[in-house]
Design a protein around this ligand. Sequence first.
Ligand SMILES: [Zn+2]
Length: 395
Amino acid sequence: MKRIVAVFPDAHTVVLPDDWPEGLRDDISVFESLYRWLVLERRVAPERLHDRTYAGAGIARELRAAERARIARRTKLKGKRLDAALNISDLGSGPQTLFAGQPIQGNVIVVLPDDDSIDRGSSHMLQESRVAKTRKIRDLASGADFGQWLISNVGREDPVGDLAHDVVHDPDFPRDARHYPEALEYLQSQGYCLGAQNALAEAWNEYLARYPERAVKAAWCERCARAIVELPKGVLVWTESGGFEVLHTCCVQGVPRCSIDLHQLFDGPDLGGLNAFANECGAPSELVARLEARLRLWGFGARRRRQTKVYFIQEPKDGAIKIGYTSGPVERRRAALQTGHPEPLRVLATMDGDRSTEADLHARFGQYRRKGEWFAPHRELIQFIAALVPKVPRP
Ligand SMILES: [Zn+2]
C-alpha cells in the first residue's frame, strides 16, 4: 500500500470509520454504500469508483462479509447459491484487491485519480517487481563458485562488500578456490590486512550457508600443514597440554590422551559428534567453539538442503525451450520428456533453484511462452541461458 501511495501522490487514502459497516442501507450493496460515502464524506470524484477503488485484504474481507450478510437477509439464499450471489455482487461493484498483480496489504482504502494514471502506475510497479525478481534470479545464478558469488556482493556496505571490491580488481585472487584455507593463504601472501582476512571468513561462511551442497570437506594437519582430504587418514586429538589438534594419523606423536578418527566424528551431517567427544575429553567450551568455527570453514557441518535444479531443455525441431525444475537428476527428467519428441532433446543449462525460481522465470519470459512450460527461443532467453553455462577455466 505504501508503494501505491508513493506512485500516486494524488490518490485519496481513506480509513473507514469504526462503526462501518453497521447501520448501512439494506437495499443497495455494501460496496455501493461505500462509494456513496466516499463521494459525500470524502469528496471523491464519483466517476467509475469501482475501477479506481483499491482495498487492503483486511477491509476487503470485512466488506465482503457484510455484503454476504446483507444478501442473505434480503434473499434468504444459503451456502453455494449465497456465495455465487456474493461473487456476482463483488465482481460487479466491489473494490479491487490486487494491484499490479499483487495483493494489497494494510487496512486502508485508496482511491486512485483516473484510468490513465492507473495504467501508468501499474506498469511502473510491474516493472519494479520484475526488476526485483530479476535480481533474485541473478543472485541465484551468481554462485557457480566462491569467486563469482563473492564478486556478486560488490556494493554491499560491509566488510564482505569491501573484500568483493578488492577481489574484482585482483585478477590473481583464486576465484575457483574450493577450500577456505586456499583463499586465506592467498590473502596472507599478498599482504591483505587482517580486516580483509576476517571478511574472508565471514564471506566463506555465508557462501556455505547459501550453497551447502558445494561444501568440499577437508581438514588441515597442524603438524605438516598439508590437507587431509581422505578423512580416514586424519584424527582429532586432545593433547596433554589441553588443546585440540587435527592431524594426519601418521603425524600423531606419542599416545594422545583422547583421540577420535575424523571419519567417525563426521559420520553424520552435522557436528553433533564433536560435542560428545569434547565432553569425553573435558575440553572447555570456548576451545570447542573455536574448533567448531574452524571446522565449519573447512566445510564440515554444512546443512544440506534437498538439492533442486531449474533446467532449460531444448527441442531441436522448432527450438522451443522448456523451463522446468526437478529434485532428481536432470538427465532423468530429459529422458522422461523425450517420450513424444522424435528428435533428441538437449539440456542447455541448469541452475540451482526451486519451484519459486521456476515460477519467477516463467513470469520473466512470459511474453515468449508458447504452451505450458515451453518458451520460444527468443534472444533474451538465449542470452540468459548462455550466462549460466560455465566458462572454460583459465589454464
Ligand atoms: Zn600431517
